[in-house]
Design a protein around this ligand. Sequence first.
Ligand code: ADP
Ligand code: MG
Length: 343
Amino acid sequence: MNSKPETRNQKLEDLGEFGLIEHLKAKLKSNDPTVAVSIGDDAAALKLTEDKLTLITTDMLIEGVHFSRANFTPFQIGWKAMAVNVSDIAAMGGKPQWAVISLGLSSSLSSDYIDHLYDGMKALGEKAGGIVLVGGDTTSCRDLIISIALLGSVEPELLTLRSGARAGDYLAITGTVGDSALGLELLGRSSSRLPLSLRNSCEELIKKHLQPLPRLEEAGRIVKSKLATAMIDVSDGLAGEAKRIAEASGVGIRISQDKVPVSYSLLQICEHLGLDPLKFALEGGEDYEFLFTFPPDRQEEVEVGLESSVIGQVVPESEGIKLIDRSGKVKDMPGQGYDHFKK
Ligand code: ADP
Ligand code: MG
């Protein structure tokens, strides 16, 4: 029993998802020489061959928690289940290659429905350079569950961890944030109440939620140019992922509110519905963008060569995780990540 005394016998609603992961990390600690990276990053890295590291990750989508069958087509469920896994392998600097798929299925589903699930997985796999589906497991279940374990590989010198950020580095993010969370919000509202001029924007945001496409080319470029000192994929919101980089690296982070990239569609719709764009951008999850840190002398490469925005700085740990608001005031970072258990 290696877990820390303070995390023993605690209710998950008090411990939280991240507290539980810390607890498991202590409990599962091992000195196995084949393990280069264990619990605590986007994927584990294993030394199975001389020249490459093998990456392995798993992520699960559950009906009623991550999606509803009323909103998602089976193609989109399969696509998204693969996308969230691919995003974790890409965040380590790697290339996804093989997957096994575990399904919990109700007997009322048809084989056509399952075919469409697999069509979605395969379509995303092709976008990611070709992923071979080599097995899985099937069980009956009331709700639909899809869990994918994805294997990939990375050259050791290109492995990019959450823990490499150093004070003085800059912080950047690919694409825009908040779109998927606003898309989810819009799914719960009737789009017929929006003026016609906003319907396209609405559809675009909803699509980002239903069928996210991780920015894999961008991630590939960041990795191949050895630009990033640390990287993470943005599945749980910008603020939460910034905190994970900060904690893993033992640093503080400052993000300038002004610099956080949001889409025109998000701004338009937030304005129309009286919603706060910053809340979606900082706290909204499932954008599957890449957040990374890099040395300041490489700023031009980020600003000119990549579809990325420089949004902040890495500072000493003692300075904490802060947001610089429009007036230049330093505030505590709001919304540091979605927790599956916390009340
Ligand atoms: P991500 O959001 O990138 O998928 P998670 O927050 O799910 O990452 O996981 C963070 C780390 O905790 C990863 O290294 C993952 O492998 C590990 N982890 C999560 N759940 C468990 C579990 N039930 N048992 C062991 N390790 C876990
Ligand atoms: Mg991740």
